[in-house]
Design a protein around this ligand. Structure first.
Ligand code: SF4
Length: 358
């Protein structure tokens, strides 16, 4: 595999970090230019261990996972790897230092001989906009013509927009991704079910859409009869408005995923509770979650904060989820029974740990 890949027009993409949000774009863009995309496999325990072995212990889990994916691409013989440097997405709005320095980190810790494709997006210091990012992504293939790049980017946007439209309509991440890559769009899940409990999940995509990192949190909540809402169902306008509900100004590029989303769902009475998931050692999230915790008390919204790292045990994780969801069922039952013994047809289940989960 190694020798045939060295001359081909291909690019390796590690399945981590911005992959969870941007992959449909890059897939459409590179394909339109005749560049084959080679994606690393799904994250496993070994991926995490390989990444963790190369970085300092304090590094957050998603970065360890990303490093593990780069290592696994190299093991497959992929010698041209795409690691964009996403510095700043708008004037004075920055990504965290680990995201900004991702290509430098990879270059310094992986001593193998390979080509690192590291285009930059930096709308603050360097005025490198989106077109510069695209240009830098394909320069190594000798593609420099603006019109060709623009046309290819349209293909990328098509898939990206379809993907996000599906997510906004509540289609699961896996189905939205699968359909977007096939050039399809679906707006309703087959067999969509009604759920008695609604929970807002406040987290970055790379923390919760990676089944290994999040221990399949979406599937677990679904089995408990919980409908999960996340930042993916919201427009940027809704998240910006959510941010101001928390009296928060935007500084971090991914602030809309956390405080913006939390601010929106805290005000939504259909949301029974909120769960935050963040990685151990994440500086920006620890500040944002502190704010969310204080505001959740003001809004009287039940909140569960989960922190993950490579040592998080599944049993303890599930126990905390079960206890939280059980509490939401009980709370809902009390609210329902207080609505005057009512005409309500809804009868909440309780003790889900004994019933739904069996
Ligand atoms: S924002 Fe937090 S979790 Fe994300 S890369 Fe930075 S430190 Fe890691």
């Amino acid at each position: 595999m190694t020798s045939s890949l060295t001359d081909e027009k291909y690019i390796g993409i590690p399945r981590g970090m911005s992959y969870y949000e941007h992959y449909p774009f890059w897939y459409g863009f590179f394909n339109a230019l005749g560049i084959k995309v080679i994606l690393s496999d799904k994250t496993t325990k070994q991926t995490v261990s390989k990444g963790a072995a190369l970085v300092v212990t304090e590094t957050c889990l998603p970065i360890k996972i990303f490093v593990g994916h780069v290592v696994e691409l190299l093991e497959k013989g992929v010698k041209r790897i795409f690691v964009p440097s996403l510095q700043s997405i708008a004037p004075k709005i920055y990504n965290c230092s680990k995201i900004r320095g991702l290509p430098d980190l990879i270059r310094n810790i992986i001593k193998e001989d390979f080509e690192l494709i590291e285009p930059t997006l930096d709308k603050s210091e360097k005025n490198h906009g989106f077109y510069d990012l695209l240009k830098g992504s394909v320069k190594c293939f000798g593609i420099t013509d603006f019109e060709i790049i623009r046309k290819a980017s349209k293909e990328g946007w098509k898939l990206y927009n379809n993907f996000h439209t599906m997510m906004r309509n509540g289609i699961s991440y896996k189905d939205a991704l699968k359909n977007a890559l096939l050039g399809k769009i679906i707006l309703k899940e087959e067999n969509s079910t009604e759920y008695p409990i609604n929970v807002a999940l406040v987290a970055h995509g790379y923390d919760v859409f990676d089944d290994q990192a999040s221990m399949k949190i979406f599937d677990k909540l679904k089995k408990m009869g919980v409908k999960v809402y996340s930042s993916c169902q919201l427009t940027d306008e809704q998240k910006i408005e959510g941010l101001s509900a928390l009296n928060q100004k935007m500084y971090w590029a991914n602030e809309l995923d956390m405080t913006g989303t939390a601010g929106h769902y805290l005000k939504d009475n259909n949301i029974d509770g909120m769960i935050t998931v963040n990685s151990f050692g994440c500086g920006p999230d620890s500040l944002m979650i502190e704010k969310i915790v204080r505001k959740a008390k003001e809004y009287n919204k039940p909140l569960l904060c989960l922190t993950i790292d490579e040592h998080t045990g599944e049993a303890g994780f599930v126990t905390r989820l079960e206890a939280f969801v059980d509490m939401l069922y009980r709370k809902k039952r009390i609210i329902q029974s207080n609505i005057s013994k009512t005409n309500a047809t809804f009868v909440p289940k309780t003790n889900i740990c004994d019933t739904v989960l069996q």
